[in-house]
Every structure is written in C-alpha cells, then in structure tokens.
Ligand binder design. Structure first.
Ligand code: EZ4
Ligand code: CO
Length: 411
C-alpha cells in the first residue's frame, strides 16, 4: 500500500488547526494533527517543504520505519515543530492501518482495557461564586472531575479563567481559549506571592461546597520557583488534589526533585515535552505521578504508547494534554492509546466549538463522564475539506505575563 498523495490543510473554524491528509493507492485516507498553537505555519512549512516530498511512494504500512526515518534522517531531532510534523505522519499512518484492517486503532494497540476514559473539564471563575457556578455547569455536562482555576485579588487577567465568548455563531459559551487572534500577543499580569496566599482559600471553599469526593485538579502553568511550588503543594494537601500540574517550568526537570521532597500532592507534567527522553529521569526517579504528553506534540501515537509502557513500570499513569488546540484528530489519537494501555489515569477534555465539530466529524462519545473513541475503523475522525476551506488561517498568539515592575514572567 503506497502513499500516493499528501496534503497539508490549514483551517480556522473556532481556532487554527493544521492537518496532514495522506492518501494511498488503495484509496485509504489518513489524518494527522500538526497543530502548534501560535506557531502553526512553521509546522506547515516543515511538512510541505521537507516531509511531504519524502513520503510520496513510501509503504503506508511501515509506521515505525517511517517514524524512525523522519526522526533520525533530519539529524537535528526533537523540538515542537519537528515532533508535531512527525506526529501528524504517525497518526495518519495509524489511521490508514486501522482503515485497511477495518478496526479502530485501539484494537491494533491491544484492545480496550476499560469501558471509557474518565475526563476532567475546565471549571474557572474570577471569584468563588463564579467558580462554583462553573463547577456546577461542568457537573451538569456529565464531568466527574474538574480542574479549578481562579482569579487572584489584585491581578486583572491571568491564565485559565474562562471569558464569556460568542465564538459559536452568537450563542453564549463559557470557554477558556487562551490564544487570541491578532498581530500581537496580549499581556497578562502575575504575582506569585498573592497567588500562593489566595489559592488554598479557594480550594478550602470548593471542598466545603462540593464535599470530599469530587476529584479536583489545578494547573500551576510553569509560574513558580521550585521552593514556591513545594510550598503550594504542601498548603494544598488538606484539599486532596488529584494533581498539581506544571508547578515549575518544564526545562528544569531537577526542580521536581525538590518539590517531591516536600509534598505528597500528586504531580503532573509534560504538556510541552517532545520526546520520551524528556520524561526519562522523572519517571525513573518517580518524581511525577502523571505523564501529560499530548500525542500531537510528542511525535504521535507510537512514542506515546512507548512512554506510557515505560511509565507503567513505576505505577505512573497517563494524563494526556487535551486543550482545544489539540485538534479532534490529535484528541482521538490519544483516546485510542488511553483506552488500550493499562496505566490510564485521566483525560483532559475541553470541548471544541460547533464550527470545529462540523469541519471534523468525530465518532467519539462523552457519556456519564467517560470518553470513548468509537468503533469506526482508524481514528474515527473525518475531515470535511469543503467546510475547512470556509475558514482561512488567522494569526493568533498565546498571551504572556509581566510582573508589576514590568519584568517578563512565565505564562
Ligand atoms: O495553556 O494548550 O492544561 N492545559 C493547558 C493549556 C495550554 C494551551 C497552550 O496552547 O495548560 O491551556
Ligand atoms: Co496545562
């Protein structure tokens, strides 16, 4: 089965997405997600100019060989642009193999290990009343676990707080979509001491309102020093978090050693990691509890399965990154992995907008708090090319932080 054609499709229904579409001589079509939020066109060029010409004429069945060829023959390896491009090829080839075998991809990965994947949603509010409303809304939508992000007194705009938006054709939607369309990134503000004082009071209020059972998560979004993160983990212990995510910036992985010495709050990291190597020490030294890799930024299904099998030796579980900047194709890819592996933990699930769901038709279901990729052959996602063509690329950037004195800070 030969790869005969490869197209890179850019569309911006509710936000920008980059999709690779491979076609074989036997008529099978495979899709891969190559979306890198705020740097989308770099991956488009990487694919169009440097990868597509190498794929034409290759055997579509040779997934591992093609992955190794793209990774090693480029010489430079790693990095989010390279790994998003390789991920798209990997996913598209798994999609094709599933269609050729007439099986959903999770069957090719060993079959289902559970009936569905527990998902958590993004509850947020600028203050406690707004946050409580948002948690209730998520429970009504069927979520059985929620991420809690809150405003901090004195700070105007911070990561993770949903804004009322009218993106979906006029209908009001409570959504957190950090990338803003425009020629410049927006500026937000930050003060770690104010945050460390405020956050435990919010979790105490949430536990008092919603009881001890509801799994609660929180994203520190790379903004603390190691000792600040240790302090936060310790102060949140009474509220029994499911995890504290990205408590320190990802580059300094040794920071987790210090955090770990001080707190039993479970730690999750890895949404900006690109390879198994980024996790190696963290897994082996048992410095984390959840692997946050996303199929799209981690080289696809093949390496995601490998890192999770490695993590399983240390009782470390999955918690794949699932924001709306992972397209329905990348999201489906990690649902198939999550259904098949033994050490699934939880899946982040922010729901895509209605225009996105028209461009990408999905067999995925979300019932009683559980996600399932569906039983269509392959990944279970079809791209409506005509619909995609209605929404051309629009420049968009993620925001960045400045402290009160003007210093740029991690966002
Ligand atoms: O900021 O996906 O856990 N989720 C996150 C996301 C990231 C965005 C960046 O593109 O941290 O909201
Ligand atoms: Co995060």
């Amino acid at each position: 089965m030969i790869i005969e054609r490869a197209d890179v499709i850019v569309t911006s229904p509710n936000r920008n997405f980059v999709t690779l579409r491979l076609q074989t001589d036997e008529g099978h079509v495979g899709l891969g997600d190559a979306t890198l939020n705020g740097r989308e066109l770099a991956v488009v060029s990487y694919l169009k100019d440097h990868v597509v010409p190498l794929l034409i004429g290759k055997d579509a069945h040779r997934i591992e060989d093609t992955w190794q060829f793209l990774y090693r023959s480029s010489y430079w390896r790693r990095g989010p642009v390279t790994m998003a491009a390789i991920a798209a090829v990997d996913m598209a080839l798994w999609d094709i193999k599933g269609k050729a075998a007439n099986m959903p991809v999770y069957q090719l990965l060993g079959g289902a290990s559970r009936s569905g994947l527990m998902a958590y949603g993004h509850a947020s509010g600028i203050d406690n009343p707004q946050l409580f409303d948002s948690i209730r809304e998520h429970l009504e939508l069927g979520y059985r676990s929620v991420r809690v992000q809150t405003g901090v007194p004195g700070l105007k705009a911070i990561y993770g707080i949903a804004a009322q938006s009218t993106l979906d054709g006029g209908e009001e939607r409570y959504d957190h979509e950090p990338a803003r369309r425009g020629a410049q990134p927006t500026e937000e503000d930050w003060d770690t001491r104010a945050y460390l004082r405020h956050l435990p009071t919010v979790f105490e209020a949430v536990r008092n309102e919603f009881g001890p059972e509801l799994p609660l998560l929180h994203d520190g979004h790379h903004r603390m020093t190691p000792i600040q993160a240790a302090k936060l983990g310790k102060s949140l212990e009474p509220y029994d978090l499911f995890w504290l995510e990205d408590c320190t910036p990802a580059e300094n992985q040794e920071a987790l050693r210090l955090v770990r010495q001080h707190t039993t709050t479970p730690l999750a990291i890895g949404e900006i990691f690109n390879t198994v190597w980024d996790f190696q020490a963290l897994i082996k030294e048992q410095l984390i509890d959840y692997v946050r890799a996303a199929s799209t930024h981690f080289g696809g299904i093949s390496p995601l399965k490998k890192v999770m099998d490695y993590a399983a030796q240390y009782q470390i579980k999955s918690g794949c990154h699932g924001p709306t900047d992972i397209s329905p194709v990348g999201f489906a890819a990690q649902l198939h992995v999550g259904l098949a592996i033994h050490n699934f933990g939880i899946q982040e699930y922010m729901q895509h907008g209605s225009r996105t769901n028209e461009v990408f038709q999905q067999s995925m279901t979300f019932e009683n708090g559980l996600l399932h990729p569906g039983d269509n052959p392959g990944l279970g996602v079809e791209l409506n090319v005509d619909e995609a063509g209605k929404y051309p690329y629009e420049q968009a950037y993620l925001p960045f932080n400045r402290l009160a004195d003007g210093t740029v800070h991690d966002w």
